[in-house]
Design a protein around this ligand. Structure first.
Ligand code: ZN
Length: 214
């Protein structure tokens, strides 16, 4: 960690724009800011998304670099694609993965996501399902499409992201009664949904592309 060369261009990723940036000639910026950029990039590097593949190369999840490296160190997963940067500890240079693959096949149940506020907002992409506007999570609530007072259940099919304004308008009524229309029929958060999200997260990363678009 003592070195200011926390990042070095990795030859295997040298064709990517990222690598080009990390390996950019020093003339682009004064040395001081380069060191600062390198340190601040390292902290955020550990939080960058890593695509997780099943043993069969099927994309199943997205995790952070830090977690992915733990899985690799434990021998649970191996890197399939490398990030253009690497992390240096006192004695070693660690390759940073962009895509990892589990070494043992993991059965993924059809509905693998827990029913939670966070996952409902994720499924609905932070979009109020009545007015269609996008909000920060703090400005969204969950609406029971069929109100609880009318026997509506707390389920994937009956809960949607909803802004406070629409929630007030709707009150204890069904969308039809309130003159509101659902943007789309709420469905369970399946692997299919997850894959759409993975595509959204990874659409700019060429290293993810071949696993996600097929
Ligand atoms: Zn709304």
């Amino acid at each position: 960690m003592g070195s200011n060369r926390h990042m070095a261009a990795d030859s295997r990723g040298a064709h990517t724009p990222d690598a080009a940036r990390v390996a950019a000639p020093a003339s682009e910026a004064p040395a001081g800011s380069r060191i600062y950029n390198s340190i601040s990039r390292r902290a955020s590097l550990m939080q960058e998304p890593v695509l997780v593949l099943n043993a069969t190369y099927e994309p199943i999840n997205v995790t952070a670099v830090r977690r992915a490296m733990v899985l690799m160190l434990k021998g649970v997963a191996q890197a399939e694609e490398l990030h253009s940067a690497e992390v240096h500890s006192a004695a070693h240079a660690h390759q940073v993965p962009s895509v990892i693959r589990l070494l043992a096949y993991r059965h993924i149940p059809q509905q693998s996501r827990a029913l939670s506020r966070k996952n409902i907002l994720l499924r609905d992409r932070n979009t109020c399902q009545f007015c269609g506007r996008v909000f920060p999570s703090s400005e969204l609530t969950l609406d029971h499409v069929l109100p609880r007072s009318r026997g509506g259940r707390s389920s994937w099919e009956n809960l949607v992201a909803c802004c406070y304004r629409c929630n007030n308008t709707k009150g204890d009524r069904t969308p039809e009664e309130a003159g509101l229309k659902l943007a789309r029929k709420p469905r369970p958060f399946t692997l299919h949904t997850s894959r759409q999200l993975m595509r959204l997260i990874g659409h700019r990363d060429d290293r993810w592309r071949k696993y996600l678009f097929y």
